[in-house]
Design a protein around this ligand. Structure first.
Ligand SMILES: Cc1cc2nc3c(=O)[nH]c(=O)nc-3n(C[C@H](O)[C@H](O)[C@H](O)COP(=O)(O)OP(=O)(O)OC[C@H]3O[C@@H](n4cnc5c(N)ncnc54)[C@H](O)[C@@H]3O)c2cc1C
Length: 494
């Protein structure tokens, strides 16, 4: 009798203990995400994908604008849409590829290698390099022009230099592929430095692209012309950016580049729609206060929200969120890129040429203080005129546009706080801003800014959150729902 009573008391004590512990362990954690770009949307997606329903409760995404997507946005000119921000994706951007498949989005086919845009390198006075072009649609003619252009390029920049450049990019890409390895092979990273070191990419952020390429044996002409054209188009900056940002930029000039038909922003929209998220558009977060076990977020609409986890998925450099207690991130400047869309016709006289057809479809530029633009590229040829996209570091005045263009039917100007102004050596903000559950996806942008790098950083943040919520702070992800992320299983249909 006494023994039975004793075991009943033990069972009761155990039940009471379970009941006491239950609310803590079984409580689903609410997550607030500031920013609905590809970074914020990816955090929501991976949190849902990697966790059991009892771990993550409500996910709320706050977006100060009226639309999702952030730096992935389109402009419409005469009924046609064009990418105004993040536009091209690499064939090995596996998260983006997977998103498009998962969301049933259509991939805009890359341009045929035999029919690339004609290219000219403009120094402000003349084209120092220009590819040949032909209006013929005959494949044999296109092939001959393509071979002739390859020979021209080899003669100007040197076979060895061009080969070394492609090896430089290839090595970086292969190291980057490690970020798609399975959980067993890939730790969860608590810092950007740790993440870069593990993949063997950290040293590339200690020196400038220029220094790396000189050491790799590239000719000065190649660095000052083609490489500079590419870094000016992709990051609005010179070869003084870090080697890693430079290698990512160069990778974005290769073949097989693609985009989402109708706009890349649909990746963010789709991920948010499929992740059981409360989306608050036109609601800017102005303060984040840690109250001990929750964060209180206050918005410009005068509302306040409580979450156990808060994720900042936007660069902190040009926004005014007040953090309480204060956080500390290294100072960082954003490079502004002015994207100007013009429907009209370029003025051949501005380029010292006699006919419009002599102007290359992509005009790149070298580093020169008096050059008012970084690039001018044909977006679409219409019956009577052409839509162009111009990138510049400063806004382009109407007077200057009227010199560059002989006809200007429609003009749209966008000023982007586009990407970090890169340095070498780079310094990084922490992924965990306060030692608790305040996370920063865009700390990784100092390594390189792109839709894919934001997704890679976001995936790591989702794993980091889940690992730390489970108490396994030593970066063990054995508790996460196992999913395959082997790149070889992520077939590209491109
Ligand atoms: C002109 C240009 C060209 C580019 N070209 C390419 C390219 O070809 N390929 C490529 O891969 N990448 C490119 N990029 C870079 C790429 O677009 C970005 O790296 C990527 O989209 C960043 O995504 P994100 O989610 O990290 O940040 P963002 O897209 O900037 O998202 C942050 C979001 O947070 C919101 N927000 C900010 N503060 C608050 C607040 N307080 N409350 C609520 N919401 C807030 C913002 O409105 C924004 O929507 C380009 C960028 C630009 C500007």
């Amino acid at each position: 009798m006494e023994k039975k009573c004793h075991s009943q008391i033990t069972a009761l004590t155990f039940c009471i203990l379970l009941l006491l512990l239950y609310p803590y362990h079984a409580r689903a954690h609410d997550v607030c995400i500031i920013g609905s770009g590809i970074g914020g949307a990816s955090v929501a997606h991976f949190l849902r994908r990697y966790s059991e329903p009892q771990t993550i409760g409500q996910i709320t995404v706050f977006e100060r604008n009226g639309v999702v997507g952030g730096r992935m946005a389109t402009v419409t000119i005469a009924g046609e849409t064009f990418e105004a921000g993040g536009s091209i994706l690499h064939p090995k951007n596996y998260h983006a590829l997977n998103y498009t498949k998962y969301l049933n989005l259509k991939v805009k086919a890359p341009k045929h290698p035999d029919d690339p845009l004609s290219l000219g390198v403009w120094d402000g006075h003349k084209f120092v390099y220009k590819t040949l072009s032909s209006n013929s649609k005959l494949p044999i003619i296109q092939r001959i022009v393509s071979i002739a252009n390859s020979v021209r390029m080899l003669l100007r920049y040197g076979a060895f230099s061009l080969f070394r450049m492609s090896i430089f990019v290839e090595v970086m890409l292969n190291q980057f592929l490690k970020y798609y390895e399975d959980f067993e092979a890939r730790p969860v990273f608590e810092s950007v430095e740790g993440m870069l070191k593990w993949a063997g990419l950290y040293n590339l952020t200690r020196r400038t692209l220029g220094e790396e390429l000189v050491d790799a044996g590239l000719s000065t002409t190649l660095i000052q012309e083609l490489v500079t054209v590419i870094t000016r188009i992709n990051y609005g900056q010179s070869v003084n950016i870090s080697g890693l940002a430079g290698a990512v930029s160069l990778a974005g000039s290769g073949g097989g580049l693609w985009a989402v038909e109708g706009g890349n922003w649909q990746m963010a929209a789709g991920l948010i729609n499929h992740s059981d998220v409360n989306l608050h558009l036109q609601e800017e977060i102005k303060s984040v206060s840690y109250l001990g076990d929750v964060y209180e977020l206050n918005s410009t609409q005068g509302k306040s929200y409580n979450c156990q986890v808060t994720v900042v998925a936007t660069p902190l450099d040009e926004i005014n969120i007040i953090f309480n207690p204060k956080i500390s991130v290294p100072p960082r400047k954003l490079q502004h890129t002015h994207a100007t869309f013009v429907r009209g016709l370029l003025n051949p006289a501005y380029f010292g040429l006699g006919a419009l057809s002599d102007i290359p479809e992509l005009v790149g530029t070298i580093e020169s203080a008096d050059l008012p633009f970084s690039s001018i590229g044909v977006q679409k040829k219409h019956e009577k005129d052409i839509t162009y996209k111009i990138f510049s570091r400063e806004p382009l005045s109407d007077a200057l546009l009227d010199e560059i263009f002989s006809v200007r039917v429609e003009t749209i100007k966008i000023n982007w706080g586009a990407y970090p102004h890169y340095h070498a050596p780079e310094r990084y903000a922490p992924f965990i801003l306060d030692g608790n559950h305040l996370y920063y996806v865009n700390a990784f942008e100092n390594a390189a800014s792109s839709m894919e790098t934001s997704s890679v950083a976001a995936e790591n943040i989702a794993r980091l959150i889940l690992s730390r919520l489970s108490g396994k702070v030593n970066c063990d992800s054995s508790n996460l729902k196992s999913v395959t992320s082997d790149p070889s299983k992520m077939n590209s249909e491109l």
